[in-house]
Ligand binder design. Sequence first.
Ligand code: A3P
Length: 309
Amino acid sequence: MKKTEYSMKKQSVIAGKAVRFQHKTQEVPFYHTEFDGDVFTLALSEETAPTYLGGTFKTRSDDLFIMTYPKSGTHWVSYISDQIAKKASLQRLEKDLYIGGIPFLDRTPPAELASLSSPRAMYSHLPYRFTPHHPTQLLKYIVVARNPKDVAVSQFNFLKNMKMFDFEGSWDDFLTLFMDGKGFGGSYFDWVLQWWEHQNNDNVLFITYEDLKKDLVKEVGMISHFLNHSLSSTELQEVAAACTFEAMKKNKIGAIEKNKAKTMKKDQSFYRKGIIGDWQNYFSPEQTKAFDDWCELNLKGTGLHFEFS
Ligand code: A3P
């Protein structure tokens, strides 16, 4: 099929490969950044992409990266890490565009990140191959994965509810895109499985949205331990209480919710449902069968399993 350009603000070349910013086509009908044929979020801009896709970000040995495929619990785990840091008396600059004291790497100009004091924490949707790494520094990564059915539903609603994507497609259209590796954030399984391969590394903590949902205090404890903070059980419970869906919604955590009159279509909230299993309200029996087969094919032999309810 011939590619139809609806709109493209700017294109450029990074490491010899084409990058298109604020790009929407007939094949991927929502605004995104496209690099070397892959779909990236709109956060990667002309200002940030050369550094992050070009692999030239200057890391520090005590950097923490919170890595997620979009709609897998980015805000949740970033805010948990932020609340743990506060209990451990770490002082971090807070800005409207950050989640507490934690900036969005993909969107934040490298110079701004360079100006932050250590230890820094950043969240990102970059796939493994573009995540900042260093040959000798033991950088830490918290990787959050969520079952792909709920991710697809959450992404679909996000694309529909956020003004910036200008997405008019149906659920059926979106599910086809998602299974074709053109979800918002690129191929789901490429993203998750590339990280899963590193799940046993000492500097990687691989957690799931479903585990957070089932026992938040326990997961907060694991994150705190991974970050070398020893919080009391009261403190762990206080962090968990501040990080429930209801508390984060009420306190408008994150720039999207804070500015929702501007960012979202009428009456929508970034904090949509926050549950496991909403996919059951979207998938037809045929879609469930096709999706289950697709998951089985991709997960076979990997040892990775998801809970879908
Ligand atoms: P739903 O759309 O299914 O409600 P991200 O931060 O990666 O964009 O993920 C957003 C998803 O996480 C949304 O899912 C949102 O409601 C959910 N979420 C955010 N904070 C949460 C919390 N404290 N508890 C449970 N889910 C949360």
